[in-house]
Design a protein around this ligand. Structure first.
Ligand code: ASP
Length: 314
């Protein structure tokens, strides 16, 4: 990729750590998901190369992932126990510390854009449920009917999870059956960091359940000079460990590298709960960390030297 003159730019994203076994999908499906990640990365990178802000780049990259059925966000989001999509998203601008988020939204086509509008509006930080839906409509964001978000794969996952719940075997469900998320982090040419995350949560979640993704500090965090983080995995534990901020705090106050702090969060704090966990993080120089403890995590990045990388499994 073309590297603009001046300060380094970088972008990284994830498409969730709930990835199926390689053999459970045809090779063509994996290739398609990777192509979507490359499109999302390029969308963000092109903006950064033109001098746009990191917060614009992460929003644009996440929109591409929300629009794809391959990931659990926007079109293709997970269904809750009542067969309804309730969507969560957040975005944070590391240069100002400003953030916006929506949770339990039902009719916003691109929840990350609504989160961005909440940030811009600057009054509330987090809008919930039908009020979030109404806010998004009031600022001119396109609405979508519930059916827009539904895919055959998510309907099948809901049937399987509900059968498992009746049989008391939810614990044996694969990570992929349970959850997924999308997120992006970026460093712009002015040295600013940003993070965004968007999700349908997990399949068969209780109605009204809100995960870590829209909670600043839990699933999403960015602070200039420190790091930008977007998480994926069993959200309840990311909230309990204030995971995204926990990484930033270790970097800022203990002087750890982002790689060490991110690895510590996944391995030492989250993995003992026997949950799926992963994240992408970017430091102030554009170095990417993407630890995860599952079989795979959709992930990709373009580093300051312009190298593009995507992967699905270990
Ligand atoms: N963290 C998301 C949530 O708990 C799910 C995921 O990333 O897999 O809502």
């Amino acid at each position: 990729m073309r590297q603009p003159a001046g300060r380094p730019i970088a972008i990284a994203l994830h498409g969730g750590c709930g990835v199926m076994s390689r053999n459970d999908l045809p090779a063509a499906d994996w290739a398609l998901a990777e192509e979507v990640m490359r499109t999302a990365l390029r969308r963000g990178w092109d903006l950064l190369a033109e001098g746009a802000a990191a917060v614009d780049a992460v929003e644009a990259a996440v929109v591409v992932l929300e629009d794809s059925p391959h990931f659990n966000a926007g079109h293709g989001a997970a269904l809750n126990r009542e067969g309804v999509h309730e969507l969560d998203a957040a975005i944070m601008d590391g240069s100002t510390g400003a953030a916006g988020a929506v949770c339990s939204a039902r009719t916003i086509r691109n929840p990350v854009q609504a989160a961005r509008a909440v940030l811009r509006h600057g009054e509330a930080l987090l809008l919930a449920g039908s009020a979030a839906d109404r806010f998004a409509a009031s600022v001119g964001l396109p609405p979508a009917p519930q059916e827009y978000f539904t895919t055959e794969r998510r309907l099948a996952a809901l049937r399987t999870m509900q059968a498992r719940r009746s049989a008391g075997t939810q614990a044996t469900a694969s990570e992929q059956e349970k959850h997924g998320t999308v997120g992006a982090v970026a460093l712009d040419s002015a040295g600013h960091l940003a993070a965004a995350t968007s999700t349908g949560g997990y399949t068969d979640k209780p109605a009204g359940r809100v995960g870590d993704s829209p909670l600043i500090g839990a699933g999403t965090f960015a602070r200039d000079g420190v790091c930008a983080v977007s998480c994926t995995g069993a959200g309840e534990f990311f909230i309990r460990h204030v995971a995204a901020y926990g990484i930033a705090a270790r970097v800022q106050h203990l002087g750890e590298t982002v790689a060490v702090a991110a690895q510590y969060m996944i391995e030492t704090e989250l993995s003992p709960h026997r949950i799926g966990a992963g994240l992408v993080a970017l430091d102030a120089q554009g170095q990417v960390s993407a630890p995860f403890n599952t079989e795979g995590m959709f992930r990709g990045w373009i580093t300051p030297d312009g190298t593009i990388f995507t992967a699905t499994h270990r």
